[in-house]
Design a protein around this ligand. Structure first.
Ligand SMILES: *[C@@H]1O[C@H](CO)[C@@H](O)[C@H](O)[C@H]1NC(C)=O
Ligand SMILES: *[C@@H]1O[C@H](CO)[C@@H](O)[C@H](O)[C@H]1NC(C)=O
Ligand SMILES: *[C@@H]1O[C@H](CO)[C@@H](O)[C@H](O)[C@H]1NC(C)=O
Ligand SMILES: *[C@@H]1O[C@H](CO)[C@@H](O)[C@H](O)[C@H]1NC(C)=O
Ligand SMILES: *[C@@H]1O[C@H](CO)[C@@H](O)[C@H](O)[C@H]1NC(C)=O
Ligand SMILES: *[C@@H]1O[C@H](CO)[C@@H](O)[C@H](O)[C@H]1NC(C)=O
Ligand SMILES: *[C@@H]1O[C@H](CO)[C@@H](O)[C@H](O)[C@H]1NC(C)=O
Ligand SMILES: *[C@@H]1O[C@H](CO)[C@@H](O)[C@H](O)[C@H]1NC(C)=O
Ligand SMILES: *[C@@H]1O[C@H](CO)[C@@H](O)[C@H](O)[C@H]1NC(C)=O
Ligand SMILES: *[C@@H]1O[C@H](CO)[C@@H](O)[C@H](O)[C@H]1NC(C)=O
Ligand SMILES: *[C@@H]1O[C@H](CO)[C@@H](O)[C@H](O)[C@H]1NC(C)=O
Ligand SMILES: *[C@@H]1O[C@H](CO)[C@@H](O)[C@H](O)[C@H]1NC(C)=O
Length: 527
């Protein structure tokens, strides 16, 4: 062993980069497990018998190797949501896009470095709805020789929001795909896997955060819910938001944070130096929902307890729930997103394209797909709901797209004819077109390396306006503008923020509104 140690030192002691960068090894065993919540026992998929799964912890610059072993009948992949995957696109995880799924009895080792990012992200399964129970935090600490651009926290706590179904989540999505109606809604939201006391038979499943008075805690907030945007707040405490999606922002104080599914945010919680031992406050999360249709409108609650000692549930819980905006409070959401600005310092500069090589205008929303013969469908007028971008609903191929690309067998797998703008323009947020049927194919856009790209995502109101979270794999982007109604290419660009726009990997497109974002296409092979 001594010889090995000396050898490592020869390598690492003279190269500063290696002196800090490590390789971190993880093994993720995918297994079935009976989990009971709300009095219902459900056989779900878990990683290493944990729900939420284990945190992936590394420092900026580290390489991580995660061996995923599939012990179940389902095909599995894992997506490292928000990790840039510079030149390691095949380690990104979406099934049939960057890789074939890991089949029963097989394993696959994801191998990538965490470059230019520090903060909180999440990992989750990326096939069907397996992410309902296969998810966990990614914690990227600053390099050993670097610090946070804010007060050093006393402690760090991941707070990950999820959704719980009293039935197998796979049966929920299978039924929705078959009938074409909206999927049945979840039975509870959870904080670190625990629904909390507002649900039946659930008081003992309450997340408790024990704190000391007068300290600063870094809460690593993660929205791992399947589909819902969530408000979060802690009674009698304000939060300082210091980053989103593992990018530092100009800090600001707020009582309520909003996270779209897939979004993450680090916030500082300063505990009050004057609150006595045994002070107890509730934290709560519940959805923001601005569409039509049904959704889970319940509230998950956890406890902030000034310790030491154990923290009994307070009586009269409902009176202690922190004030949250109304479920449809779109104004709050718009104001909140306006507050998000990149830190934009010499150390953490903004690299937003000032000019644009490739411009895209994508409509985002719901249309219809025909009901198969003999079937009965529950979408609009007996059709199926189908989500689309520029009226194309993505058809998942049976060969992974990257594999087809690299082995030059794209023919029959995908086409490169994705429309750069709507083929038939209409009033996107006004009277819907007569024909709402989407087309259904595997089409994509190919970008030249390093092109500067601008994308406007325009929400539609064809079958009711909804807010749509969208995530870009393998890239961060800068949100340069957003608004309600139809994007106006003559007026709106004049108001774009090209100085300190927020950098993210997931954005909520406002209901009947639009966002514009820019990025450099600097990650070859990623899709
Ligand atoms: C920390 O180390 C990295 C990698 O060697 C280097 O790029 C960076 O400049 C260093 N930061 C400071 C504050 O010295
Ligand atoms: C879950 O419970 C069922 C019914 O009791 C049992 O048959 C099954 O073996 C259990 N599965 C696991 C993974 O524990
Ligand atoms: C798993 O993936 C393989 C390869 O794409 C496919 O042939 C098989 O049908 C899938 N199995 C299940 C259970 O989905
Ligand atoms: C991980 O990737 C690096 C860079 O390509 C390579 O050198 C290394 O051998 C890989 N490790 C494993 C275990 O595949
Ligand atoms: C805090 O509460 C615990 C449990 O109810 C109790 O045993 C303890 O005495 C309390 N401590 C103080 C300082 O009030
Ligand atoms: C949630 O929705 C149900 C069904 O629409 C409704 O009866 C209930 O009052 C709502 N609950 C809250 C807290 O809004
Ligand atoms: C929000 O919901 C409330 C109660 O259903 C309704 O009265 C109000 O008009 C809605 N507000 C918006 C902006 O849709
Ligand atoms: C697209 O086509 C596939 C294969 O025929 C089918 O399973 C799927 O339901 C279709 N989706 C839409 C939105 O038409
Ligand atoms: C439709 O239903 C008829 C009568 O039950 C059956 O003969 C036929 O095979 C079905 N067709 C399809 C495509 O399922
Ligand atoms: C459903 O049918 C009604 C009556 O024919 C029509 O007014 C409406 O536009 C249709 N909706 C969709 C989504 O096709
Ligand atoms: C589009 O529809 C909206 C909402 O009905 C309306 O306010 C707007 O005037 C329409 N725009 C055009 C160009 O017709
Ligand atoms: C759509 O349908 C309406 C009512 O039937 C008709 O007046 C209009 O001309 C149609 N528009 C198009 C573009 O076909």
């Amino acid at each position: 062993m001594a010889a090995v140690a000396v050898f490592l030192c020869v390598l690492s002691c003279f190269l500063p980069e290696l002196a800090f960068a490590k390789t971190r090894h993880y093994t993720f065993n995918i297994r079935y497990q009976n989990v009971t919540k709300l009095g219902h026992t459900v056989k779900v998929l878990t990683v290493n018998h944990q729900l939420p799964g284990p945190p992936l912890v590394a420092r900026e610059g580290d390489r991580v190797l995660i061996k995923v072993i599939n012990h179940v009948a389902e095909n599995v992949t894992i997506h490292w949501h928000g990790v840039r995957q510079l030149q390691t696109g095949w380690a990104d995880g979406p099934a049939y896009v960057t890789q074939c799924p890991i089949q029963t009895g097989q394993s696959y080792t994801y191998n990538f470095t965490l470059n230019g990012q520090r903060g909180t992200l999440l990992w989750h399964a990326h096939i069907s709805w397996l992410r309902a129970t296969i998810y966990g935090p990614i914690i990227i600490l600053p390099r050993r020789n670097e610090s946070y651009p804010f007060e050093k926290p006393y402690k760090q706590v991941p707070i990950i929001f999820g959704e719980w179904f009293n039935v197998n989540p796979e049966s929920v999505i299978q039924q929705a795909l078959q009938t074409g109606g909206g999927p049945n809604v979840s039975d509870a939201y959870t904080i670190n896997g625990l629904p909390g006391p507002l649900y039946n038979s659930s008081s003992k499943d309450t997340f408790k955060l024990k704190v000391k008075a007068g300290k600063t805690y870094l809460l690593r907030l993660i929205n791992a819910a399947l589909n819902d945007e969530l408000f979060f707040s802690i009674a009698n405490h304000s939060l300082t938001v210091v980053d989103v999606d593992a990018s530092y922002i100009k800090p600001f104080q707020t009582n309520v944070v909003l996270l779209s599914p897939g979004q993450t945010s680090n916030v500082l919680l300063k505990t009050n130096p004057n609150f006595p031992i045994n002070s107890t406050f509730l934290m709560a999360a519940r959805p923001y929902f601005a569409g039509q249709g049904t959704f889970d409108n319940s509230t998950t609650v956890g406890i902030l307890h000034y310790g030491p000692g154990h923290s009994p549930l307070p009586t009269s819980i409902t009176t202690l729930i922190p004030n949250l905006p109304a479920i449809n409070d779109t104004n709050f959401v718009a104001n909140f997103s306006r507050k998000l600005r990149s830190l934009a310092t010499a150390k953490f500069p903004v690299n937003v394209p000032q000019t644009v090589d490739k411009q895209f205008f994508f409509t985002v929303g719901l249309g219809t797909a025909p009901c198969p013969k003999n079937a009965t469908c529950q979408g609009p007028n007996g059709t199926k709901f189908a989500a689309s971008v520029n009226n194309i609903s993505f058809a998942l191929p049976s060969t992974a797209i990257m594999e087809a690309y690299f082995s030059r067998r794209a023919n029959g797998v995908y086409r490169t004819d994705f429309p750069v703008k709507p083929v038939f323009p209409f009033n996107y947020t006004g009277t819907p077109p007569n024909n709402t049927v989407v087309s259904n194919r595997t089409s994509l856009v190919v970008l030249p390396f390093n092109a500067s790209v601008e994308v406007v995502l325009q929400g539609t109101s064809i079958l009711g306006a909804e807010s749509h979270p969208l995530h870009l794999h393998g890239f961060n982007f800068y949100i340069v503008g957003e608004g309600f109604g139809n994007f106006d290419p003559n007026k709106d660009p004049a108001n774009f923020n090209l100085v300190d726009p927020v950098e993210r990997n997931t954005a909520g497109v406002p209901a009947a509104g639009w966002i514009a974002f820019r990025f450099f296409a600097d990650n070859p092979g990623e899709i």
